[in-house]
Design a protein around this ligand. Structure first.
Ligand code: SF4
Length: 679
């Protein structure tokens, strides 16, 4: 039998690179590059190249399991599904629907996430959320408030049309490596690249200007740049008057503020701020890129709003090369939010607090009594589980015991549950705490669509059969629904996509046939004749009156300040060869070999005073606990700051769980710590 090439989409980050899986005798034996894919043009980063290492890994979960004391025993699917239904209905009857929580998975496809939130809401629970809460919930609410849509305004290919690329709080060369291709292409065509980041990174290496700001001073920098732009007459007054509201309030907000004050607050010289502002505002097409360096703060939503406002003041939006590019995290985090896997929204961003949304879906789903939201966010569900108001949790493809901040709290919360079911592809740290573990098909083992960070929706067909007795998530959710007396309708991804076409307007014209073509379509695509949308907000914004709403904000200090006891600031982030909780990349030998252990970057001055040498194992302590890491002595971090990647459990033992009050994202980027040499 000859090998077949099955088109696929990378299951790691939200860039959405395509490739072919080589299938022979029913087994995935290799990958082939997809040179015709519009975003990646055949390129893949190290993670994309290594996808089969986790797909074919011997530790994949193959059978349903139930807890038996400190261990697990294999059970049949019937028994597993009965146990799940019993665990959920027991708490539903005793404590009501709000005692149930659901975490949808941004590693799963749109159809699974649509069905997951449908299950939650048809059971009467508004508590459904996803990992966007931990990375880009400020984008959803912040860009949503300013532009009317919480998504990337342009697309990745369009970066080549930019003449200035301002990247703030994003190390895209490591976190989203294929984006680098398009930034480099812009640079080759003469674009200036400005990077604002406290650390020296591979992204700052490619910059023409590196603004090495103090952590947590993003708003001060953005206000400083806007002040320069306005004072020097570089604001786009025609754009402002025709297409925005809130400019007078912004002028008031900036009155009395000076670039010198901004310089003092950010640690960036006034000259550099002025130069960056001029380049950004004067360029014929400026792109603003940001990621978790902007969002993961107690002022994450305000940070996002101000990034958007800088673009508005300069008229840098709604044209080729001009716009705002949030760099989303997981492969389908955009789609999960689009599908209503968020506490604040029903599918299609219909507000969960609006009775009309519930009425709409009652009619669509033939249901009654759908809940009003917002429900509890994932971060709030942790507190509710600790308090005993969330009793049962159904988690698909998320690993809060590694990814949440202040893990000890999360662990205590999960221990306090009456019932925990985890649907996964590996026995993760979270799955180890479950009462029932359901083995799920991985991305290549099922049909479905994924939405990348550039709103690109791509359908993939199943390439290989699931391992062992693992099953497609749709089958599992449907079976649980049936046992709870619900007909969720749609056992196949094809059928559910048709339902999505009907009820999510931006996906209206995204038929399976159309999004199966290489590269798919970008939303909004309201009907079957629509070609999809390359650039948002060209004529009007997605707000009710079509105008963007400028934000006027002041910086908010971090929730946790350094002190004599904890004198060093800890920041966390991604590295190129690992991904989120590491459950997939730490099982991939070629990736693990490159970065096998948790490390902490320490400036040489701090290392000297701490008497720590490169390669020493040190303890990193915060008020929440301590962890061990290998010291890397490097000038990449300034004195008084250390950096740790978050792909190992140790990191989030010590991170801060202080929340942005609007988006409820934790402040992962700012924790006060101390370093001790290990005795
Ligand atoms: Fe996969 Fe992202 Fe790497 Fe592309 S850039 S290969 S989508 S991990």
């Amino acid at each position: 039998m000859s090998a077949k090439l099955i088109p696929s989409v990378c299951p790691y980050c939200a860039v959405g690179c395509g490739f072919y899986i080589v299938v022979e005798k029913g087994k995935a034996i290799g990958i082939e590059y997809m040179t015709e894919h519009p975003t990646c043009e055949g390129a893949l980063c190290p993670k994309g190249n290594a996808v089969l290492e986790f797909l074919n890994h011997e530790e994949r979960l193959k059978y349903p399991l139930k807890r038996a004391g400190d261990t697990f025993v294999r059970i049949s699917w019937d028994e597993a599904l009965d146990l799940v239904a019993e665990g959920l209905s027991r708490n539903l009857k005793k404590h009501g629907p709000k005692s149930l929580g659901f975490l949808a998975s941004s590693r799963c496809n749109n159809e699974e996430n649509y069905l997951m939130q449908k299950l939650a809401r048809m059971l009467g629970s508004p508590n459904v959320d996803n990992c966007a809460r931990l990375c880009h919930s400020p984008t959803v609410v912040g860009l949503g408030a300013v532009f009317g849509a919480g998504a990337m305004t342009n697309n990745l290919i369009d970066l080549q049309n930019s003449k200035c690329i301002f990247a703030i709080g994003t190390n895209f060369t490591e976190a989203h490596p294929i984006v680098t291709r398009w930034v480099q292409r812009a640079k080759d065509r003469g674009a200036k690249v400005i990077v604002a980041d406290p650390r020296i990174t591979s992204t700052s290496w490619m910059a023409d200007m590196h603004l090495r700001i103090k952590p947590g001073s993003d708003i001060d920098l953005l206000r400083g740049m806007m002040k320069v732009i306005i004072d020097e007459g570089l604001a786009d007054q025609k754009f402002i008057s025709q297409r925005t509201d809130g400019y007078q309030e912004l002028l008031q907000n900036l009155r009395g503020f000076s670039v010198h004050e901004a310089a003092e607050l950010t640690g960036v010289s006034a000259d550099q701020i002025v130069k960056a502002a001029r380049i950004y505002a004067k360029s014929p097409a400026s792109a603003l890129l940001y990621s978790m360096g902007i969002t993961q703060h107690v002022c994450g939503t305000d940070n996002v709003k101000l990034c958007a406002t800088l673009a508005l003041v300069s008229g840098q939006i709604g044209r080729p090369g001009s716009g705002v590019w949030p760099m989303r995290g997981q492969n389908n985090v955009q789609g999960n939010c689009d599908m209503g896997g968020m506490a604040e929204f029903y599918p299609g961003y219909k507000r969960a607090s609006d009775p009309k949304s519930a009425e709409f879906f009652e009619s669509a789903w033939g249901a009654s009594g759908l809940p009003l939201g917002p429900g509890l966010t994932s971060t709030e569900m942790t507190d509710a589980a600790l308090e005993g108001t969330i009793k049962a949790l159904y988690i698909i493809g998320e690993d809060p015991v590694i990814c949440d901040p202040n893990i000890k709290k999360t662990t205590a919360a999960l221990e306090n549950l009456d019932f925990l079911v985890v649907q996964e592809i590996f026995m993760t740290a979270t799955a180890k705490m479950a009462d029932v573990v359901l083995p799920a098909a991985a991305w290549a083992e099922k049909d479905g669509s994924y939405t990348s960070m550039e709103r690109r929706v791509q359908w993939i067909d199943q390439a290989v059969s699931p391992v062992g007795e693992a099953r497609d998530g749709l089958w599992i959710i449907n079976e649980i629904g049936k046992r709870l007396g619900l007909d969720l309708k749609g056992t196949s991804a094809t059928e559910i996509l048709k339902e999505i076409n009907r009820y999510v307007p931006a996906y209206g014209g995204m038929t399976k046939e159309r999004i199966s073509r290489i590269g798919g379509l970008r939303w909004p695509c309201p009907d079957e004749t629509h070609p999809g949308t390359d650039i948002l907000h060209c004529e009007r914004f997605a707000t009710a009156d079509g105008k963007a709403k400028m934000a006027s904000v002041l910086n908010v200090p971090p929730a946790e300040m350094t002190s004599p006891e904890y004198p060093i600031l800890l920041s966390t982030g991604r590295i190129v060869v690992h991904y989120n909780s590491g459950s997939m990349t730490r099982r991939s030998p070629s990736l693990l070999e490159r970065d096998p252990e948790l490390y902490v970057e320490i400036n040489p001055e701090d290392a000297a005073s701490l008497k720590v040498r490169h390669g020493d194992v040190v303890k990193v302590k915060t008020v929440r606990g301590e962890t061990e890491a290998v010291a890397r002595i490097t000038g990449k971090v300034k004195p008084g700051i250390v950096f740790m990647p978050f792909h190992w459990q140790g990191t989030n033992i010590i991170t801060s769980d202080a929340l942005d009050p609007v988006s409820k994202i934790p402040e992962y980027k700012m924790a006060a710590c101390r370093i001790e040499a290990k005795s």
